[in-house]
Design a protein around this ligand. Structure first.
Ligand code: TYM
Length: 334
């Protein structure tokens, strides 16, 4: 599906409710979600079905789902334009996922780097962990999304969704829009504060490795103060040779909406102490309005629940239209 610049695009993205949102999620994806929700037709999901690929505590999962929905809105997603919903409340996702799984090769799924990483780390290597990308393809293709705002680690999955869409269209005639990933220039891969060769992740066992969107000012200051830097005291944007300092520059730049190279020039000749103080200020200023709005939204659970209910109804109606078409093409009746 082609779009002209005047025509709003259809956007889909999703985030797993596995613990709180991190600064990495925010800078890599959520900032773009918020920007796009001002002009485009956006579908944003809390990807709770994806979270089940890891064993969850049910009471905690229920809480995390609501909290993530509130956090998405607190980050500036426009509820007037965007359809925000909980993935498991729109069963069309699971149905399309099966139909697409039957059009996805074992070899393709085996090549996914995230599957390789996760299956090396966790003991519970369930089949869902392996077929996870076809559920993600279903999330995207169900709404004929043109664009998918994500961080760099999801690029391979979006490319697989493209391949599946093209394969299906070739076999059965034009059915799905072929989606494109939207990845920010700076912030697409925020690294761990403790090991800047690893991605910042909420599942890190060391809480000093990540900044949570709900961290208070003192916690932010402490974590950035302890962040691993390089040994020679030089401030330069060079992710390969100076991963620690480059990560701090990226965080600073992404919070301020500028380039990391420009940020490096701003700190030329200064020490790591000054850089860390500036990064702390930038992160605290980015988090303050989000945290205030988050508290406000959580205090009005009824409003949030109503919004999620109507989001699921809207998403389900749109998903059903696509599913009906897919059924027909495959020789199935609804
Ligand atoms: P998830 O929940 O792991 O992450 C949500 C979003 O945050 C981005 N992200 C990061 N960006 C920069 N630096 C980091 N350290 C960092 N960590 C995470 C991710 O790239 C992602 O955009 N499978 C997806 C959820 C999903 C989805 C979808 C995404 C389910 N269905 C359909 C897009 C379209 C995931 O696990 O993201």
């Amino acid at each position: 599906m082609e779009t002209t610049p005047n025509q709003p695009r259809t956007i889909l993205s999703a985030m797993q409710p596995s613990g709180g949102m991190t600064l990495g999620n925010y800078l890599g994806a959520m900032k773009n979600w918020a920007i796009m929700s001002q002009t485009d037709n956006c579908y944003y999901a809390v990807a709770d079905l994806h979270a089940l690929t890891v064993r969850q505590n049910p009471a905690e999962l229920r809480r995390n789902i609501r909290n993530l929905a509130a956090m998405i809105l607190a980050c500036g997603v426009n509820p007037e334009r965007a359809t925000l919903f909980i993935q498991s409340q729109v069963p069309e996702h699971s149905v399309l996922a099966w139909l697409l799984t039957c059009h996805t090769y074992m070899g393709e799924l085996s090549r996914m780097t995230q599957f390789k990483d996760k299956s090396a780390k966790q003991e519970n290597i369930n089949a869902g962990l392996f077929t996870y990308p076809s559920l993600m393809a279903a999330d995207i293709l169900l709404y004929n999304a043109n664009g998918v705002p994500v961080g760099a680690d999801q690029k391979q999955h979006v490319e697989l969704a493209r391949d599946i869409a093209i394969r299906f269209n070739n076999a059965y005639g034009e059915t799905f829009a072929v989606p494109e990933p939207f990845i920010p220039k700076y912030g697409a891969r925020i690294m761990s504060l403790q090991d800047p060769t690893k991605k910042m992740s909420k599942s890190d066992e060391n809480p000093n490795a990540y900044i949570s969107m709900t961290d208070d000012n003192d916690t932010v200051a402490r974590k950035i103060k302890r962040a691993v830097t390089d040994s020679d005291g030089v401030i330069e944007f060079d992710p390969e040779h100076r991963p620690g300092v480059s990560n701090l520059l990226t965080i600073y730049a992404a919070c301020k909406g500028q380039s990391a190279v420009d940020a490096a020039a701003e700190f030329a000749g200064q020490g790591y102490g000054q850089l860390k103080q500036a990064v702390t200020d930038a992160v605290q200023s980015a988090l303050a309005p989000v945290q205030a709005e988050y508290a406000r939204l959580l205090a009005d659970k009824e409003h949030l629940n109503a919004l999620l209910r109507s989001g699921a109804e809207k998403a389900s109606a749109a998903g059903r239209r696509t599913l009906r078409k897919v059924y027909r093409k495959l020789g199935l009746d609804m």
